[in-house]
Write a protein that binds this ligand. Structure first.
Ligand code: ZN
Length: 213
């Protein structure tokens, strides 16, 4: 075995998206970066109770691999890269607006060891200068299992998301930009938007990295 190959086994220098070798100084390889930059910006009909939705691209190819590497392989250093794309796509939010991550199911966060959406929201917050409330303003009850339940199940049985007590004091009369990693049916965003409106939010916008068609 050649020495260079041996070193690469010790130092992980493969692209986390396509597993090809990459330059040690970059997070993902040049080819994957070109794919990500080509992703179209989607502006389609927003879910119920959401005034505007923007997603960075389809849930496929390099964008999907990037999200999977971040969420399921705990490559939290990729948060800044994903947040960068999302910040570019965010769109305008009114004066005094807030960034609100869609609340996770507690069991899922516990199993995963981190909350990827909250992490993205924090990164986006610094990039577009829109604050995230210090304490969570929304709470999600139940197991919140959405993956693998099928499209009809997700629509008929939306997640139970409510404002926390006193959320109206923080949210009342303001605009909010909801953050989620991926939009599938829009049931989760719609439930979160409903909770924000219940707490007095005037306009609800949504921003996700990918959108499953
Ligand atoms: Zn790659």
């Amino acid at each position: 075995m050649e020495p260079g190959r041996f070193v690469s086994l010790l130092v992980p220098s493969r692209c986390p998206l396509c597993r090809r070798y990459r330059d040690p100084g970059v997070l993902v390889c040049g080819e994957c970066m070109r794919c990500l930059n080509r992703s179209p910006l989607l502006r389609k009909d927003p879910p119920e109770r959401v005034d505007r939705i923007v997603s960075c691209g389809d849930h496929q190819g390099a964008a999907r691999e990037l999200l999977a590497a971040f969420k399921f392989r705990h490559l939290t250093k990729l948060a800044g890269l994903i947040a960068g794309f999302m910040a570019d796509a965010a769109g305008p939010v009114g004066e005094g607006g807030l960034l609100v991550p869609v609340p996770p199911a507690r069991l899922r966060t516990w199993m995963r060891g981190f909350d990827p959406v909250a992490l993205l929201a924090d990164e986006i917050s610094t990039l577009i200068d829109l604050p995230v409330p210090v304490d969570p303003v929304l709470v999600r009850r139940g197991s919140g299992r959405q993956r693998g339940r099928g499209r009809s199940g997700r629509i008929s049985d939306p997640p139970d998301i409510e404002p926390v007590e006193g959320a109206g004091m923080i949210l009342g009369g303001r605009e909010a930009l909801l953050i989620d990693d991926v939009m599938t049916t829009g049931a989760t965003l719609s439930a979160a938007a409903g909770a924000l409106r219940k707490a007095g939010v005037s306009r609800v916008y949504a921003l996700t990295f990918t959108r499953r068609l």
